[in-house]
Ligand binder design. Sequence first.
Ligand code: PEP
Ligand code: MG
Length: 588
Amino acid sequence: MDKSENQAEFVYEGIPASPGIAIAPVHVIARGFSAPEVYQIEESEVSSEQERFKEAIDLTKRQLVELQNRLEDLAGENESAIFEAHVMMIEDPSVYKRVLAGISSRCQNAEYVFYAVMQNFLEAMRRIPDPFLRERTADIEDVAQRVLRNFSPDNVTRHMGPDDRHILVAYDLAPSDTASMDRRHVMGFATEQGSVNSHTAILARSFGIPAVVGLEGCVIDVVALSSAILDGYSGKLILHPTEETLARYRTLGDAKAKVRSSLDAKRGAATETVDGRVLTVSANIEIVEELPLVKRSGAKGIGLYRTEFLLLEGEEMPDEQRQTEIYSKVAREMAPHQVIIRTLDAGGDKLPVEPLTEPEPNPFLGWRGIRVSLARPAMFREQIRAVLRASACGKVAVMFPMISGLSEIWRGKEMVRRCMDELEKEGVPFDRDLPVGIMIEVPAAALCADLLAPEVDFFSIGTNDLIQYTVAADRVNPHVADLYRPTHPAVIRLIKRTIDAANDNGIWTGICGEMAGDIRLTPLLIGLGVEELSVGPQMVPRVGQAIRSLSYAECAAMSDEALRHTRSQGVLDLSLSLARKHYAELLD
Ligand code: PEP
Ligand code: MG
């Protein structure tokens, strides 16, 4: 249904991915080719707009036939067949009909409606498992771009480009799209795909951009420029809100702002429970641009620096010198607090470290984390040397991702030793006592935590992956989001087992997965005995206040009971009841 027909309020329900409220017009984008301007047209202009579309298609067809003929002369029939396929694409009657119908139902300019139809078509194709068909999307993008160029840009009355403040609506966003988002203009975003634990959602929370994911069908239905409210608390995108709804959201926004400012006043205060158990609240970062946010948050260090986001700078990891400069800057700015630099964790839903000849059938079970580093010793060495060199500028620790057994730790530590020896010989300063830790995010590591603990200085539990691997539910797949339960008895038992093994070996355990920032679960995590919680910078003040409101003894008794519970919901309810009792005002 086209929501522009009657402009009545319409609510899309999705999954809340990053809290906050945004009120702005929507802007719809697609991957692969850039969005044209969008503007409203009068009903009387519908048929002339439809004509513009037909003319653009005819012109494109003529150009393609000409190209086909020219190529046939030069390279023969086989090579030129590609343009024949392109002509067939733009003659596709379903696209043609949808664009003509869309122009009259949406009353928007022809190029924009064409773009909206094509982007849906392309997104559907990108999801096809057949790699041959998937590759054809590049051809379609090419033709679509050509059609867009063949529209004439007259009669522009109202347009919106990405330079206006807007709520972004997209089929899906890659973590790199979110990292490079212009936060002055993007007030929030909504996607059809995605899940709460994707890196896209994690980044949105870090930056404090409200986000809702899993809004099925929104890209094709939403009409660009529609006025909207994005509710990142309950996971709603409200189109054409009534005055009453707007007023309600303004009131809610004010109430949230009050809580925020009361938390602001306590930034940096000690994070100790009422009965004296001290926890460290540190921050997760992906890019150095987050440092000011971290410093403002009052975090006592960086518990997870996701260095794979350096791949956004270019096609490969920056060289040793560049990495040294970046890590040293982070170490210096955070001193005297510790910065835990995680070695490259490329792959999965993050950027690959090098182009793969074929897509992996199961990227999350594939070539990622420490596996890549160990397979590329020259690249690994550069990163470890850079981390060590930065350790002369502040308090630095290194951490290996995706550890599944002892030999990976040994090989990782061997590289650290080798780099230390080299630097010593070269007379380059570094910290000889650099702590070496591992992420516990593979069930094998949690189950063998007693074997791994004697080898390392700390554990940091990566619950995002630990949950997905334990319950076999992809963290970014909305179809299995229901099964992805942080409080699943298997997950909390693995956390407990990890902490017990760490305690037996005199090392500390933190949590740097998203579970650490979910204040409904703070009582449970404290009770299980974690010593550090590393969370998105925006969550630091809230988690700190939750800790200050709780009693360790009460949390420990509750988590003992939780460990005996048979169901995820029961575990969640137990933790939530303490959260409600002690800091109801902080819960969203
Ligand atoms: C995790 O898996 O919980 C984690 C913190 O690592 P990432 O989200 O980067 O995979
Ligand atoms: Mg992980």
